[in-house]
Write a protein that binds this ligand. Structure first.
Ligand code: PRP
Length: 188
């Protein structure tokens, strides 16, 4: 993919820029209400790369004192399906022991990545550990997990934008859109 973004590759806008902004403001207020009174530091963890936009906007919407940390993971499996076996490619730089940890994720699909990540981070003894997901595809779930905070429930479609990619591209679309099947199936 080169040059300008081809918006014709997008079949439809699923969540608009405005809807994202409004919902993140609501999530920020919810988190502020739940965490403002707690003792202990708050750590917001961005799961790279998909969560980057959501993380940056959510952190500002929360308006709480917090540490921003980044974690890179790669899951074994093919491109379209996660196996849930997660390898850390970049770990957070701080200890989370006794702290309130919030994981910011772009999407929960099978749920395997997050359930593995929760196991892993729990073993580091945080005071609490919650998941805040922008998008949730509950119809794809393969494990018993639900996000503690969720932006939007979406149908099982190939979504891109606002952090989510197709082959490494389209993360910088300001909205969440459904990719035309012709783009990934190679048909005209
Ligand atoms: C996506 C997403 C989650 C995971 C969700 O990451 O950010 O980490 O897949 O899938 P699951 O619920 O089926 O486990 P991806 O592997 O696409 O990496 P990226 O964030 O770097 O794009």
């Amino acid at each position: 993919m080169k040059g300008l973004i081809n918006h014709d590759d997008i079949a439809k806008v699923l969540v608009s820029e405005e809807q994202i902004k409004t919902r993140i403001a609501e999530l920020g207020a919810e988190l502020r209400r739940d965490y403002a009174h707690l003792d202990g530091e708050i750590v917001l963890i961005c799961i790279l790369k998909g969560a980057v936009m959501f993380f940056a906007d959510l952190a500002r919407a929360m308006d709480l004192n917090l540490q921003m940390e980044f974690m890179g993971i790669s899951s074994y499996g093919n491109e379209r399906k996660t196996s849930g076996i997660v390898r850390i490619t970049k770990d957070i730089d701080t200890s989370i022991m006794g702290k309130h940890v919030i994981i910011a994720e772009d999407i929960m699909d099978s749920g395997l990545t997050l359930s593995h990540l929760i196991q892993l981070l729990s073993s580091r003894n945080p005071a609490s550990l919650k998941v805040c997901c922008l998008l949730d595809k509950p119809s794809r779930r393969e494990t018993d997990i639900t996000p503690d905070y969720c932006g939007f429930e979406i149908p099982n479609e190939f979504v891109v934008g606002y952090g989510l990619d197709y082959d490494g591209f389209l993360r910088n679309l300001p909205y969440v859109g459904v990719l035309k099947p012709s783009v990934y199936s190679g048909e005209e």
